[in-house]
Design a protein around this ligand. Structure first.
Ligand code: AMP
Ligand code: MG
Length: 301
């Protein structure tokens, strides 16, 4: 395997192209969906598997240290590759230290609570990586594109007077700041796919019997709202990328690059936390020494 260094890789995949600076207006047409940095597909698998090994090492320390939690949020239109990215990027991770939650249409019980309730209940514990496959961002995306969904939320009229979307952006920013101030580190990924590639992937789901189960007529109906979703995503990306919970716009036309970029951002974040195994106090070291002596005194079986 070539001796890839982090600095060398960083120069080649240019993370700054994908990072959304805090409170900066985003136009999605400025972001290429087919960007692949300075990488070729044939070397991607090798680099990814190296990255996955290193991720597993960091996860072990995160778990042992039991101080931080890492919350990773995935948002995207259908067929952008959320499920596959989660599957590949987390493939080397100890399942005990990782939880994945996929959020669907809210239940009647969930609708009877404030909109952040079901997500707050699913946050990762310290030492763990929590993955949200869709998230509270749906509350300013699908709910914005289909205003009738807001009607199901039973909000009293006085809560509906201002601009509800600006209000929710502010609430989400505060919520994430609160989480970050409590040791929950947040990374957010928007997988940015083109309309043409979405169509190609839908057709594959129809034509390939092994993929039929992934096809949903609802997805094709949502595709008719493509422009509304792009606008809603631009609102989210423009108003909720913060120093404590940055958005990353990940090109999603080439799955191999999506996976590489997501793994690299997670790796970079874990590296920045300077995770280490807990060191023992002298009292704890003495206890270990005594336990060792007791074990060694046992007669041989
Ligand atoms: P999938 O992730 O493809 O299995 O689909 C889940 C579906 O649930 C998508 O159509 C989402 O738009 C929908 N969904 C997720 N969260 C919400 C929400 N808060 N309100 C309404 N629909 C949602
Ligand atoms: Mg779907």
């Amino acid at each position: 395997m070539p001796p890839y260094t982090s600095a060398e890789l960083r120069q080649r995949w240019r993370p700054e192209v994908m990072r959304v600076a805090p409170h900066t207006p985003v136009r999605l047409s400025d972001y290429a969906t087919d960007y692949t940095g300075d990488f070729a597909k044939k070397e991607a698998a090798e680099i990814l598997s190296m990255g996955i090994e290193r991720l597993a090492l960091y996860q072990d320390r995160l778990y042992a240290q039991n101080r931080y939690a890492l919350l990773i949020i995935f948002q995207a239109l259908d067929a952008a590759g959320k499920d596959g990215t989660i599957k590949h990027v987390m493939s080397g991770i100890n399942p005990q230290g990782c939880q994945v939650f996929s959020f669907k249409v809210p239940s009647a019980e969930e609708l009877d609570h404030d909109y952040l309730w079901r997500y707050a209940k699913s946050l990762p514990e310290r030492g763990r990586i929590g993955i949200f496959n869709r998230s509270y961002y749906e509350e300013v995306l699908v709910v914005r594109v289909h205003p009738e969904l807001l009607e199901h939320q039973q909000l009293p009229p006085e809560c509906r007077t201002g601009d509800i979307w600006s209000q929710r952006f502010a609430e989400i920013n505060h919520f994430e700041q609160y989480l970050s101030q409590n040791g929950i580190v947040i990374l957010k990924f928007f997988l940015h796919v083109s309309k043409a590639v979405q169509k190609k992937r839908f057709l594959e789901r129809i034509d390939d019997p092994a993929k039929n189960w992934k096809f949903s007529l609802g997805d094709v109906q949502e595709r008719a709202h493509w422009d509304d979703y792009q606008t809603a995503y631009e609102g989210v990306l423009s108003h909720t990328s913060t120093p404590w919970a940055p958005w990353h716009i990940i090109p999603a036309d080439h799955k191999w690059f999506t996976r590489l970029a997501v793994a690299a951002f997670i790796y970079e974040k874990l590296e920045s936390l300077q995770l280490h195994y807990p060191t023992l106090s002298s009292d704890q070291q003495q206890i270990l020494g005594e336990a060792r002596a007791t074990l060694l005194k046992e007669p041989e079986a």
